[in-house]
Design a protein around this ligand. Structure first.
Ligand code: GAL
Length: 566
């Protein structure tokens, strides 16, 4: 989050921000207020819904429309039998294709009798009898993505069914609703964001009046990925629901190409989710989509990676595989209590990207009780040896700072380590829970400052560019020049000095705490300089080799959006 860097500029003078465009100003103010708003909404929501990231199972990535009520119930039974339910995977959700294309004479949705001969209520009851919760899918548009009856307005406008459907779901005992966003009617292309907002707000209100708590998963942001409006949508979904899908689906399983590798899809969803930490907090979660670990298309190492990465990001853990066909090793990975505890940690923090090389990512996540999770992803093709000193994670204390560490895959404990070390196999991820010694103190907010480049993912570094202390953007390579500390005073400090805006240009200076060295980090991801009130901007696009400059803040301009250590 942007607590530290915002605190210094808690009482900005409005006049000082005159040069910002209105939208950027509102975003900056929203970001300044966010810690307070977050605290308030989190406090009211933690008592009720999704205080920690939701966990469960959904049919989609494995079965798509190829399921019946029996498929769902079998998987629910298997969650219980394998012990995964007891580990927290407690919500069984039926995705698209459960309903008919038309409504009945009263306008009610109709469960497909071919799939659910007894209707939906008996299935919901059976799932509840297993001690599980029951989730269902609908769509904010006129039709679902599979072209079944949607809850939203018809094309051309007219009456929606949000309230009627919410009441029906509540009568079935639904505990969780995933509302997709295909076929949402907007009168004009310019009206698209507002049309989504109205639809999701309406469903949110409908759920509140349905008489029982229902966790609300919103797919709205996914329909704006890679457009400037993405950040606008990400900024409002938290008002309406508890989690939201921001982007591309995880690759599906297809029986005909069962062995097809799916790890790239895991890396892509991880890549786009990781820079979005500022949008999430307890009760409101970014959702990078299903856990497909253990299913075909992922090796055990790749499955470990997905579990570790999702847990480092406090992402929902929603399995989407045939639970009956998971082998014991996969069940052990998915059910690893210590890794799940990292995911479900009450602080709900997004990991910081401490360092990124061409093949290795190093992540740090603060946990409750002055403990931390550390993960090392090796997405390269050969094994990687890593040696990590606490200083690299932002701890001071020099040689007196040591850590007690538990390797969460082997369970092995070690005490008073001067460094964490591991050989990480290709596509695997090492993950530890550490307790630093008293001499370490609290870690500084240290790591990379990145800009995200866009959709095509050749490699993780391909999605991200790193800010270097030469005040330019470079391909992330993991060198010390890509290491920044966000100071409590709102400074961005590197080994070469503090980033300052001088004469319309960002430069590195000896740190002096002056206004030119103070930065306000907005919810939309802008770094606004407290001195000249302008935005840190890279060239004309997210490309290396283009000079950085200070420019007036545009509306969600890709070359002005940064992700900071959390
Ligand atoms: C997609 C969604 C998937 C699944 C599918 C159903 O839009 O991202 O998770 O719900 O629709 O048609």
């Amino acid at each position: 989050m942007h607590r530290g860097i915002s605190t210094l500029v808690r009482r900005p003078s409005l006049a000082g921000f005159r040069s910002l465009r209105l939208a950027a100003l509102l975003a900056a103010l929203a970001a300044l207020m966010a810690p307070y708003a977050r605290a308030a909404t989190a406090a009211s929501k933690t008592q009720r819904l999704a205080a920690v990231p939701p966990m469960g199972w959904n049919d989609w990535a494995h079965y798509q429309c190829g399921f019946t009520g029996e498929t769902i119930l079998n998987n629910a039974r298997m969650l219980v039998k394998t012990g995964l339910a007891a580990r927290g995977y407690n919500t069984v959700t039926i995705d698209d294709c459960w309903m008919l294309k038309t409504r009945d004479a009263q306008g009610n949705l109709q469960a497909d009798p071919g799939r659910f001969p007894q209707g939906m209520k008996p299935l919901a009851d059976a799932i509840h009898r297993l001690g599980l919760k029951f989730g269902i899918y609908e769509d904010a548009g006129s039709e679902t993505c599979g072209e079944f009856a949607g809850s939203g307005q018809p094309q051309g406008g007219g009456k929606d069914h949000f309230l009627q459907d919410a009441r029906l779901f509540a009568s079935w005992g639904v505990d969780y609703l995933k509302l997709d966003g295909c076929n949402v009617y907007a009168r004009t292309p310019e009206g698209k964001v507002e049309a989504y907002r109205k639809a999701y707000a309406a469903q949110s209100e409908a759920l509140k009046s349905a008489g029982k708590p229902i966790v609300f998963s919103e797919s709205a942001p996914a329909y704006f990925q890679d457009t400037p409006a993405w950040y606008d949508v990400l900024a409002w979904v938290r008002q309406y629901g508890q989690l939201w899908r921001e982007g591309t689906d995880m690759a599906n399983y297809h029986a005909k190409s069962a062995g097809k590798p799916r790890f790239k899809s895991v890396l892509w969803n991880y890549a786009y989710n990781l820079p979005l930490g500022r949008f999430q907090s307890p009760g409101n979660w970014n959702d990078p989509d299903f856990i497909i670990g253990g299913d075909s298309g992922l090796s055990l190492a790749e499955s470990r990676s997905q579990m570790a990465l999702w847990s480092m990001m406090s992402a929902p853990l929603i399995l989407s595989s045939d639970i009956e066909r998971l082998n014991p090793e996969a069940i052990e990975i998915l059910g690893n209590r210590a890794v799940i505890a990292v995911d479900q940690d009450p602080l709900g923090r997004m990991a910081t990207l401490v360092r990124r090389t061409a093949t290795v990512d190093l992540l740090l996540k603060p946990l409750k009780g002055a403990e931390y999770a550390v993960a090392v992803l090796n997405h390269g093709e050969s094994p990687a040896h890593v040696r990590l000193e606490p200083a690299e994670l932002g701890f001071a204390g020099g040689a007196r700072c040591t850590v007690d560490a538990q390797d969460l895959w082997s369970g092995a404990h070690a005490t008073s380590l001067a460094a964490l070390q591991a050989d990480v196999a290709s596509h695997d991820t090492a993950i530890w829970r550490i307790r630093p010694s008293a001499a370490c103190g609290k870690p500084a907010r240290t790591g990379t400052i990145v800009m995200t480049a866009g959709r095509s993912l050749e490699s993780l570094p391909g999605y991200t560019r790193c800010l270097a202390s030469s005040a330019e953007l470079e391909e992330c390579a993991g060198g010390p020049q890509e290491r920044w500390t966000v100071t409590a005073g709102g400074g961005l400090r590197s080994a070469a000095g503090c980033l300052a805006a001088v004469g319309g240009k960002p430069v590195l200076q000896k740190c002096n705490g002056g206004a030119a060295q103070k930065w306000c980090y907005t919810l939309s991801g802008n770094l606004v300089n407290a001195g000249d009130k302008e935005c840190l901007t890279n060239g004309t696009a997210v490309e290396t080799g283009q000079p950085l400059s200070m420019q007036s803040c545009g509306h969600n301009q890709a070359n002005q959006i940064w992700s900071l250590p959390n």
